[in-house]
Design a protein around this ligand. Structure first.
Ligand SMILES: NC(=O)c1ccc[n+]([C@@H]2O[C@H](COP(=O)([O-])OP(=O)(O)OC[C@H]3O[C@@H](n4cnc5c(N)ncnc54)[C@H](O)[C@@H]3O)[C@@H](O)[C@H]2O)c1
Length: 267
Protein backbone atom coordinates (compact mmCIF):
# COMPACT_ATOMS: atom_id res chain seq x y z
CA UNK A 1 0.00 0.00 0.00
CA UNK A 2 1.25 3.51 -0.81
CA UNK A 3 1.61 5.59 2.35
CA UNK A 4 1.98 9.37 2.71
CA UNK A 5 3.11 11.22 5.83
CA UNK A 6 2.19 14.89 6.31
CA UNK A 7 4.23 16.52 9.09
CA UNK A 8 7.54 14.81 9.76
CA UNK A 9 8.03 15.52 13.47
CA UNK A 10 7.76 13.13 16.43
CA UNK A 11 4.48 11.54 15.35
CA UNK A 12 5.18 11.67 11.62
CA UNK A 13 8.54 9.91 11.97
CA UNK A 14 7.17 7.34 14.41
CA UNK A 15 4.19 6.60 12.15
CA UNK A 16 6.44 6.36 9.09
CA UNK A 17 8.66 3.86 10.90
CA UNK A 18 5.78 1.35 10.86
CA UNK A 19 5.74 1.17 7.07
CA UNK A 20 8.39 -0.28 4.72
CA UNK A 21 7.86 2.52 2.19
CA UNK A 22 6.36 5.99 2.43
CA UNK A 23 6.58 9.50 1.02
CA UNK A 24 6.72 12.67 3.12
CA UNK A 25 5.26 16.17 2.77
CA UNK A 26 6.63 18.67 5.29
CA UNK A 27 7.77 21.90 3.62
CA UNK A 28 9.33 23.11 6.90
CA UNK A 29 11.61 20.07 7.15
CA UNK A 30 12.86 19.93 3.56
CA UNK A 31 10.05 17.82 2.04
CA UNK A 32 8.22 20.42 -0.11
CA UNK A 33 6.92 18.20 -2.95
CA UNK A 34 3.19 17.77 -2.29
CA UNK A 35 2.86 15.98 -5.64
CA UNK A 36 4.50 12.89 -4.11
CA UNK A 37 1.24 12.27 -2.25
CA UNK A 38 -0.61 11.89 -5.55
CA UNK A 39 -0.25 8.12 -5.71
CA UNK A 40 -0.85 7.44 -2.02
CA UNK A 41 -3.74 5.25 -0.83
CA UNK A 42 -3.56 6.49 2.74
CA UNK A 43 -2.14 9.77 4.03
CA UNK A 44 -1.43 10.25 7.73
CA UNK A 45 -1.70 13.86 8.92
CA UNK A 46 0.70 14.40 11.84
CA UNK A 47 0.85 18.19 12.25
CA UNK A 48 0.70 20.18 15.53
CA UNK A 49 -2.58 21.07 17.28
CA UNK A 50 -1.61 23.67 19.90
CA UNK A 51 -3.94 24.92 22.63
CA UNK A 52 -4.27 28.68 22.85
CA UNK A 53 -6.08 29.94 25.97
CA UNK A 54 -8.09 26.73 26.53
CA UNK A 55 -9.01 26.52 22.85
CA UNK A 56 -7.60 24.11 20.32
CA UNK A 57 -6.00 25.83 17.35
CA UNK A 58 -6.86 23.76 14.28
CA UNK A 59 -5.36 26.15 11.77
CA UNK A 60 -2.29 24.00 11.02
CA UNK A 61 -4.43 20.91 10.35
CA UNK A 62 -6.71 22.93 8.08
CA UNK A 63 -3.80 24.51 6.24
CA UNK A 64 -2.27 21.08 5.64
CA UNK A 65 -5.58 19.76 4.23
CA UNK A 66 -5.83 22.74 1.90
CA UNK A 67 -2.26 22.12 0.73
CA UNK A 68 -2.52 18.36 0.19
CA UNK A 69 -6.16 18.11 -0.95
CA UNK A 70 -5.59 19.02 -4.63
CA UNK A 71 -2.72 16.53 -4.89
CA UNK A 72 -4.83 13.54 -3.85
CA UNK A 73 -6.83 11.27 -6.14
CA UNK A 74 -10.56 10.97 -5.30
CA UNK A 75 -11.31 8.18 -2.82
CA UNK A 76 -7.96 8.34 -1.07
CA UNK A 77 -8.06 8.27 2.73
CA UNK A 78 -6.67 10.87 5.11
CA UNK A 79 -6.11 9.65 8.65
CA UNK A 80 -5.81 12.40 11.28
CA UNK A 81 -3.04 11.27 13.66
CA UNK A 82 -2.93 14.69 15.32
CA UNK A 83 -4.82 15.01 18.59
CA UNK A 84 -8.13 16.70 17.79
CA UNK A 85 -11.23 17.34 19.93
CA UNK A 86 -14.33 15.13 19.57
CA UNK A 87 -16.34 16.09 16.50
CA UNK A 88 -13.40 17.61 14.61
CA UNK A 89 -13.11 14.90 11.95
CA UNK A 90 -16.85 15.08 11.21
CA UNK A 91 -16.65 18.88 10.89
CA UNK A 92 -13.57 18.72 8.66
CA UNK A 93 -15.28 16.07 6.52
CA UNK A 94 -18.09 18.55 5.82
CA UNK A 95 -15.57 21.29 4.97
CA UNK A 96 -13.57 19.03 2.65
CA UNK A 97 -16.20 16.73 1.07
CA UNK A 98 -13.86 15.54 -1.71
CA UNK A 99 -11.59 13.85 0.86
CA UNK A 100 -12.31 10.75 2.96
CA UNK A 101 -11.30 11.52 6.53
CA UNK A 102 -10.76 9.28 9.55
CA UNK A 103 -9.59 9.81 13.13
CA UNK A 104 -6.58 7.68 13.99
CA UNK A 105 -5.06 9.12 17.19
CA UNK A 106 -1.57 8.22 18.34
CA UNK A 107 -0.83 7.37 21.99
CA UNK A 108 2.94 7.04 22.06
CA UNK A 109 5.26 8.40 24.75
CA UNK A 110 7.64 10.88 23.12
CA UNK A 111 10.73 9.43 24.87
CA UNK A 112 9.94 5.99 23.41
CA UNK A 113 8.30 7.18 20.20
CA UNK A 114 9.58 4.57 17.75
CA UNK A 115 9.12 1.58 20.09
CA UNK A 116 5.62 2.66 21.11
CA UNK A 117 4.59 3.28 17.48
CA UNK A 118 5.67 -0.19 16.43
CA UNK A 119 4.24 -1.84 19.56
CA UNK A 120 1.24 0.31 20.48
CA UNK A 121 -1.02 -0.38 23.46
CA UNK A 122 -3.93 0.05 21.05
CA UNK A 123 -4.67 1.03 17.47
CA UNK A 124 -7.76 3.24 17.37
CA UNK A 125 -9.44 3.80 14.01
CA UNK A 126 -12.50 6.02 14.00
CA UNK A 127 -14.14 6.21 10.62
CA UNK A 128 -17.63 6.63 9.23
CA UNK A 129 -16.62 5.72 5.69
CA UNK A 130 -16.17 1.96 4.96
CA UNK A 131 -13.33 2.71 2.52
CA UNK A 132 -11.41 4.46 5.31
CA UNK A 133 -11.95 1.56 7.70
CA UNK A 134 -10.86 -1.00 5.14
CA UNK A 135 -7.75 0.81 3.90
CA UNK A 136 -6.53 1.77 7.37
CA UNK A 137 -7.01 -1.69 8.84
CA UNK A 138 -5.25 -3.20 5.81
CA UNK A 139 -2.39 -0.68 6.07
CA UNK A 140 -1.70 -1.64 9.68
CA UNK A 141 -2.24 -5.37 9.15
CA UNK A 142 0.16 -5.43 6.19
CA UNK A 143 2.97 -3.63 7.99
CA UNK A 144 2.95 -4.27 11.71
CA UNK A 145 4.85 -7.12 13.30
CA UNK A 146 2.43 -7.25 16.25
CA UNK A 147 -1.02 -8.88 16.17
CA UNK A 148 -3.11 -5.91 14.99
CA UNK A 149 -6.46 -7.63 15.63
CA UNK A 150 -5.79 -7.93 19.36
CA UNK A 151 -5.05 -4.20 19.67
CA UNK A 152 -7.57 -2.83 17.19
CA UNK A 153 -10.44 -0.58 18.26
CA UNK A 154 -12.61 0.13 15.23
CA UNK A 155 -15.21 2.78 15.96
CA UNK A 156 -16.73 6.09 14.85
CA UNK A 157 -14.57 9.21 14.67
CA UNK A 158 -16.06 10.99 17.70
CA UNK A 159 -15.40 7.99 19.95
CA UNK A 160 -11.86 7.66 18.58
CA UNK A 161 -11.13 11.32 19.27
CA UNK A 162 -12.60 11.06 22.77
CA UNK A 163 -10.50 7.96 23.57
CA UNK A 164 -7.36 10.06 23.06
CA UNK A 165 -8.53 12.74 25.55
CA UNK A 166 -9.81 10.12 27.98
CA UNK A 167 -6.35 8.50 27.98
CA UNK A 168 -4.32 11.70 28.33
CA UNK A 169 -6.62 13.22 30.97
CA UNK A 170 -6.46 9.98 32.96
CA UNK A 171 -2.65 10.03 32.87
CA UNK A 172 -2.67 13.67 33.96
CA UNK A 173 -5.11 12.85 36.78
CA UNK A 174 -2.88 9.96 37.89
CA UNK A 175 0.13 12.30 38.09
CA UNK A 176 -1.85 14.89 40.07
CA UNK A 177 -3.21 12.19 42.39
CA UNK A 178 0.24 10.82 43.20
CA UNK A 179 1.69 14.30 43.63
CA UNK A 180 -1.02 15.18 46.12
CA UNK A 181 -0.40 11.88 47.90
CA UNK A 182 3.31 12.73 48.01
CA UNK A 183 2.56 16.01 49.79
CA UNK A 184 0.31 14.20 52.26
CA UNK A 185 3.17 11.76 52.96
CA UNK A 186 5.54 14.68 53.60
CA UNK A 187 3.09 16.25 56.04
CA UNK A 188 2.44 13.03 57.93
CA UNK A 189 6.03 11.82 57.92
CA UNK A 190 4.90 8.77 55.92
CA UNK A 191 7.17 7.04 53.39
CA UNK A 192 5.98 7.88 49.88
CA UNK A 193 8.14 5.26 48.14
CA UNK A 194 6.68 2.48 50.31
CA UNK A 195 3.17 3.76 49.65
CA UNK A 196 3.88 3.91 45.90
CA UNK A 197 5.24 0.34 45.89
CA UNK A 198 2.25 -0.92 47.86
CA UNK A 199 -0.26 0.73 45.52
CA UNK A 200 1.67 -0.52 42.49
CA UNK A 201 1.11 -4.12 43.64
CA UNK A 202 -2.62 -3.70 43.01
CA UNK A 203 -3.44 -4.22 39.32
CA UNK A 204 -6.49 -1.98 39.70
CA UNK A 205 -4.15 0.93 40.47
CA UNK A 206 -0.90 -0.26 38.88
CA UNK A 207 2.46 1.42 38.90
CA UNK A 208 3.95 3.32 35.95
CA UNK A 209 6.05 6.42 35.50
CA UNK A 210 3.11 8.68 36.47
CA UNK A 211 3.54 7.58 40.10
CA UNK A 212 7.15 8.77 40.31
CA UNK A 213 7.42 12.12 42.08
CA UNK A 214 10.61 14.11 41.54
CA UNK A 215 10.75 16.87 44.20
CA UNK A 216 12.88 18.99 41.82
CA UNK A 217 10.34 18.86 38.98
CA UNK A 218 6.81 18.27 40.12
CA UNK A 219 3.69 17.48 38.13
CA UNK A 220 3.40 17.35 34.35
CA UNK A 221 4.92 19.78 31.90
CA UNK A 222 5.44 17.74 28.73
CA UNK A 223 4.30 18.82 25.28
CA UNK A 224 0.97 16.95 25.35
CA UNK A 225 -0.70 16.56 28.76
CA UNK A 226 -1.07 20.28 29.68
CA UNK A 227 -2.31 21.31 26.24
CA UNK A 228 -4.70 18.38 25.87
CA UNK A 229 -6.10 18.78 29.39
CA UNK A 230 -6.64 22.52 28.88
CA UNK A 231 -8.26 22.00 25.47
CA UNK A 232 -10.58 19.31 26.88
CA UNK A 233 -11.62 21.50 29.84
CA UNK A 234 -12.35 24.38 27.44
CA UNK A 235 -14.31 22.00 25.20
CA UNK A 236 -16.43 20.69 28.11
CA UNK A 237 -17.11 24.15 29.53
CA UNK A 238 -18.14 25.44 26.13
CA UNK A 239 -20.68 22.60 26.03
CA UNK A 240 -21.77 23.46 29.60
CA UNK A 241 -20.71 19.97 30.69
CA UNK A 242 -19.08 19.14 34.03
CA UNK A 243 -15.30 19.39 34.04
CA UNK A 244 -14.77 19.06 37.82
CA UNK A 245 -12.35 16.14 37.71
CA UNK A 246 -10.28 17.72 34.94
CA UNK A 247 -10.22 21.16 36.57
CA UNK A 248 -9.07 19.54 39.82
CA UNK A 249 -6.31 17.74 37.95
CA UNK A 250 -5.11 21.02 36.42
CA UNK A 251 -5.39 22.87 39.74
CA UNK A 252 -3.29 20.29 41.60
CA UNK A 253 -0.72 20.39 38.82
CA UNK A 254 -0.50 24.19 39.00
CA UNK A 255 -0.14 24.00 42.78
CA UNK A 256 2.64 21.42 42.81
CA UNK A 257 4.49 23.06 39.94
CA UNK A 258 4.41 26.48 41.58
CA UNK A 259 5.59 25.09 44.95
CA UNK A 260 8.92 23.41 44.37
CA UNK A 261 9.51 23.35 48.14
CA UNK A 262 7.69 20.70 50.11
CA UNK A 263 4.59 22.02 51.74
CA UNK A 264 3.97 20.80 55.26
CA UNK A 265 0.62 19.15 55.81
CA UNK A 266 -0.59 19.09 59.40
CA UNK A 267 -0.70 15.59 60.81
N1 LIG B 1 4.79 14.24 20.64
C1 LIG B 1 4.03 13.36 21.26
O1 LIG B 1 4.48 12.68 22.20
C2 LIG B 1 2.61 13.13 20.80
C3 LIG B 1 1.94 11.96 21.23
C4 LIG B 1 0.64 11.72 20.77
C5 LIG B 1 0.01 12.65 19.95
N2 LIG B 1 0.67 13.79 19.58
C6 LIG B 1 -0.03 14.75 18.70
O2 LIG B 1 0.46 14.60 17.38
C7 LIG B 1 0.45 15.87 16.69
C8 LIG B 1 1.82 16.19 16.16
O3 LIG B 1 2.72 16.27 17.26
P1 LIG B 1 4.31 16.16 17.08
O4 LIG B 1 4.84 16.02 18.46
O5 LIG B 1 4.67 15.13 16.07
O6 LIG B 1 4.64 17.61 16.52
P2 LIG B 1 6.06 18.09 15.90
O7 LIG B 1 6.13 19.54 16.15
O8 LIG B 1 7.15 17.20 16.40
O9 LIG B 1 5.91 17.82 14.33
C9 LIG B 1 4.95 18.46 13.56
C10 LIG B 1 5.48 18.57 12.13
O10 LIG B 1 4.46 19.12 11.29
C11 LIG B 1 5.10 19.95 10.32
N3 LIG B 1 4.12 20.85 9.70
C12 LIG B 1 3.59 22.00 10.18
N4 LIG B 1 2.71 22.51 9.29
C13 LIG B 1 2.69 21.66 8.23
C14 LIG B 1 1.98 21.66 6.99
N5 LIG B 1 1.09 22.61 6.66
N6 LIG B 1 2.22 20.64 6.14
C15 LIG B 1 3.09 19.65 6.43
N7 LIG B 1 3.78 19.61 7.60
C16 LIG B 1 3.58 20.60 8.48
C17 LIG B 1 6.21 20.64 11.11
O11 LIG B 1 7.21 21.14 10.24
C18 LIG B 1 6.71 19.48 11.99
O12 LIG B 1 7.77 18.77 11.39
C19 LIG B 1 -0.12 16.87 17.70
O13 LIG B 1 -1.50 16.98 17.53
C20 LIG B 1 0.19 16.21 19.04
O14 LIG B 1 -0.69 16.63 20.06
C21 LIG B 1 1.96 14.05 19.96
Amino acid sequence: MRIGIVGYGTIGKATASIFPEFVVYDPYKGYPDVGLLGQCDVVFVCVPTPTIVDKQDLSIVKRSLVEIGPALQPGRVIAIRSTVLPGTTLRLQKEYPHLILAANPEFLRSHRAMDDAREPFRIVIGAEHPQARRLLVDAYRESMAVDVNRRLILTDSVTAELIKYAANCYLAMKISYFNEMYDICQGLGADYETLRTALGMDIRIASGEETTVDPRSRGFDDECLPKDLDAFIGFLLEKRASATMFQGTAEVNNQVRSKPKREEVEA
